[in-house]
Design a protein around this ligand. Sequence first.
Ligand code: NAD
Length: 388
Amino acid sequence: MVISPRVKGFICITAHPDGCRENVRRQIEYVEKNGKMENSPKNVLIIGASTGYGLASRIALAFGGGANTLGIMFEKSATATRTATPGYYNTEAFEAFAKEKGLYAETINGDAFSVECKEKTIQKIREDLGKVDMVIYSLAAPRRTTPDGQTYTSVLKPVGEAFTNLSWNAKDNSLTTVTLEPANEEEIAATVKVMGGEDWMDWIEALHTADVLSEDAVTVAYSYIGPELTYPIYKDGTIGRAKKNLKECSDRMNEKYQGQGIRSYVSVNKAVVTQASAAIPVVPLYFMILYKVMKEKHLHEGCIEQMDRLFRRKLSGSQVEQDNGGFIRMDDWELREDVQAAVMDAWNRITTTELSEIADVDGYWEDFYHMFGFHFDNVDYDRDVPLV
Ligand code: NAD
């Protein structure tokens, strides 16, 4: 099949294996150019390892630090008529590149929220690695089924009152004003269940009980805060409630495992285009303006630049840089005063006519297509690709 992008809303329903491979290759190249990473953990478990921040963490630690990596993902393989999901192709490519370098790289494709997946992972660690030194929790999921069989669905809504602001319409590249109605209590609680820290704690508890965490093991999960502009839909919205819970769970783990060597952190990362973030209303317009400002100031970073910097500079062995609230701040450049002042200035004067001038619409689309393995200038998109 000749594979072309088929975009539906904020998602592309096709993915290109050669392009996904190129996406992974470029990330590896970036990390390798920065040289050997000091103090890298040896054996790393990455939960949510196939796209976005999880994949970038995996690449940074494997190709920068020489780490053995076991990944967990929830991806679909190809059928006779459908391409695989990008995360599936990314992972195939990652494993092949890692093995070429003699690095251990295995992946479990299953529902990370399930007890079965946790048991399988423990078994695999025992057989192949003995113990892991680092656990990265980078899940972004729309729903979670808990062990009692109940399914919770997360929502992206404000809390308390409706939120009205500008939003970008990807279909016709226009700006509209949208009003988002507030979530009810049940929706808030469900979002906390899915995107909060409960499952992260379950993972650490299961791994600790099974004695597959090494002494001085570190675990890190990812969060986002963003500027005041997006507070109603992010920080103070349903997802923000879940992220607040994530940090509380991190603090609880630090108390619980104090003296047993396990340290837990939350890293606040910058805004980047991923499958998860493209789905949040209002936020893509902010991203496009932010991209423009940060590129002009030579501060722009994607997932790989962020994760490479995290593990080289901010979470490296026993050296951990935290703010007063105990967070690792990878959003330091995004939230710089001059950056945010420029973003707000642009936000206040942007209109549909000037959209492409004031915001980095092309950069947004480039990242979007790259996520699905499209728009790489060195990939032959006319090639007839066998799907299965
Ligand atoms: P993503 O959609 O690119 O990645 C999600 C990963 O989770 C994928 O590997 C996917 O396979 C996996 N996954 C989803 N459901 C699963 C399940 N049930 N079982 C196993 N694996 C499952 O998302 P992302 O944007 O990289 O987000 C990762 C984390 O980073 C999230 O916690 C997110 O809130 C946080 N974060 C994202 C941004 C951003 O701008 N994208 C900024 C800061 C923090």
